[in-house]
Design a protein around this ligand. Structure first.
Ligand code: F6P
Ligand code: MG
Length: 492
């Protein structure tokens, strides 16, 4: 068992404290609102439609179960605000009850088992697992993802950046033959792609509890100039090393794995990157995507999110048309349906690209690590591990199937902040700790690339001097999502 020499971050640290005081309560309130609205609509429709008595009975059961979940979440909010102990996960038949509860017992011995004393990363994972228990113990809400509306809404508001990227990929397509033979140009493009995929992580719904959709669209601006301007915000930059690694792969059957983070726009950028790797570079034959099997950190990709992405992107009505010049009115649903595509070429570019992705899925060039129709919570040893509370240095011992699969990979890309926290154990490493030290015994097992915008305190692999400068400048550089790390460790 790897024992890091420093403790993990906890809510005694500022960001952790703010998370417990502000961010989690907002997220919990959001779930309550969602269930309340569904219950309300259901109630109205049962009264007004010509529902059969069986429908009425089921509907009423669902409403009652919804109320039960709301009550539990209300109680949870109350206990969280009062620094009460974390309750054991109930015996709901799903994964990791013992793992979470054993850790709670251990924390209790050290008197670190309350909301303001438990390690931040553990408590946050526990929170999503506990929420899952509220849903999976019901009949009518068991397959319900309380964040699905939010994920879809945000995805809908990403149209601008998505059409922009589709156009960029179309332009590449035009030069495809020339590009394929030009390793130097490919190397330059590879970095553009990494950055696009990296900054795609800047939008995360669990963090952006206060931003409007317009703010989010602004964050997603992916033009080349924006990329260039953001380069200075990449505090650790291993992009060249990753490219050298990929070009050195001799095997002609190379798989790249994406340990996914967020659905919607970020997943779109993952697809674009994956598409670039298999379509343009001669180095990659296949891409495997690894989702989460329960609703996780609000916006993480579940199999259902993954499956709905391509149909959504292919739908002519998924993205609302741009607002009319000089007007602010958003057209109603029927008007949207009646509108011809406002950007016919861009629609075409997007359609071509996404149709190619579908063909990759059909032929197995792109695949999900679990069946596409895997329902929420269904145990699956190929993916459960990602929603345990364990640091990733436990992968070999605790999830050998996943570990063995990844061991054969040409490159495993860990997307986002949470994956970074789990890679490094969310430990208070000094910033100058090498990334390969901070990920413990996982280092060297397979080639690892972490693409992370900084949203939580843990940061390694940069000089103390840089950290001090940013601190002196008063930047919240560890948590404001403006700075990023591209960290690579090869196989040894
Ligand atoms: O601190 C913000 C936070 O919600 C963390 O708790 C979590 O690690 C992260 O953001 C989620 O971000 P991402 O989607 O990039 O993993
Ligand atoms: Mg996430």
């Amino acid at each position: 068992m790897f024992e890091p020499p420093y403790p993990p971050y906890d809510p005694k640290d500022k960001s952790g404290y703010e998370t417990v005081v502000k961010r989690w309560p907002v997220i919990l309130t959001g779930i309550i609102d969602t269930i309340y609205r569904i219950d309300h609509h259901l109630g109205v429709s049962l009264e007004t439609s010509d529902a059969t008595s069986e429908d009425v009975t089921k509907g009423q059961e669902k409403i009652a179960e919804g109320k039960g979940i709301i009550e539990k979440i209300g109680k949870l909010k109350y206990e969280m605000a009062r620094d009460r102990p974390l309750e054991p996960i109930p015996d709901d038949g799903e994964a990791f009850i013992d793992v979470y509860n054993a850790e709670l017992k251990r924390l209790e011995q050290d008197k670190n088992h309350t909301w303001f004393t438990a390690p931040w990363l553990f408590a946050e994972c526990y929170l999503y697992r506990l929420l899952r228990s509220y849903f999976c113990q019901t009949t009518h809400w068991c397959t319900f993802d309380p964040f699905s509306f939010q994920k879809e809404e945000t995805f809908r508001s990403s149209g601008k950046a998505i059409y922009q990227l589709a156009k960029m990929m179309h332009e590449l397509q035009v030069d495809k033959q020339e590009l394929i033979g030009d390793s130097e140009k490919l190397g330059v493009l590879f970095k553009e792609m990494i950055q696009m995929c990296l900054w795609g992580n800047a939008t995360d719904l669990s963090l952006l509890t206060h931003l409007s959709h317009d703010d989010i669209a602004h964050l997603q601006t992916v033009g080349k100039e924006a990329q260039q301007a953001r380069k200075e915000f990449i505090l650790k930059d291993d992009q060249d090393n990753v490219w050298s690694h990929l070009t050195s792969l001799q095997d002609n059957d190379v798989t790249v794995d994406f340990v996914l983070d967020n659905a919607g726009f970020e997943l779109f950028t993952d697809f674009v990157f994956a598409d670039f790797l298999v379509t343009y570079t001669p180095h990659v034959s296949r891409v495997v995507f690894h989702p989460k099997l329960i609703p996780w950190f609000v916006s993480d990709v579940t199999p259902a999110d993954f499956s709905s992405t391509i149909p959504n992107l292919l739908s002519d009505t998924f993205f609302p048309p741009p607002k009319p010049v000089g007007g602010t009115e958003t057209p109603g649903v029927d008007e949207v349906k009646a509108l011809p595509p406002s950007r016919p070429e861009e629609h075409e570019y997007l359609r071509n690209m996404v149709t190619r992705w579908q063909s990759y899925i059909d032929s197995g060039v792109f695949s999900l690590s679990v069946p596409l129709d895997t329902p929420l919570g269904a145990p699956n040893s190929k993916a459960d591990f990602w929603t345990s509370s364990r640091p990733y240095w436990d992968l070999k011992e605790k999830a050998p199937l996943v570990f063995n699969g990844l061991s054969k990979s040409g490159l495993v890309i860990f997307k986002g902040d949470l994956n970074y926290r789990k890679l490094t154990g969310d430990i208070k490493w000094p910033v100058s700790t090498p990334f390969e030290t901070a990920i413990g015994p996982l280092a060297g097992s397979f080639p690892i690339l972490s693409l992370r915008t900084n949203k939580a305190d843990v940061v390694v692999g940069i000089s103390q001097e840089i950290a001090d400068k940013l601190d002196v400048a008063g930047e919240k550089w560890r948590v404001n999502g403006k700075y990023a790390l591209v960290s690579f460790v090869p196989r040894t």
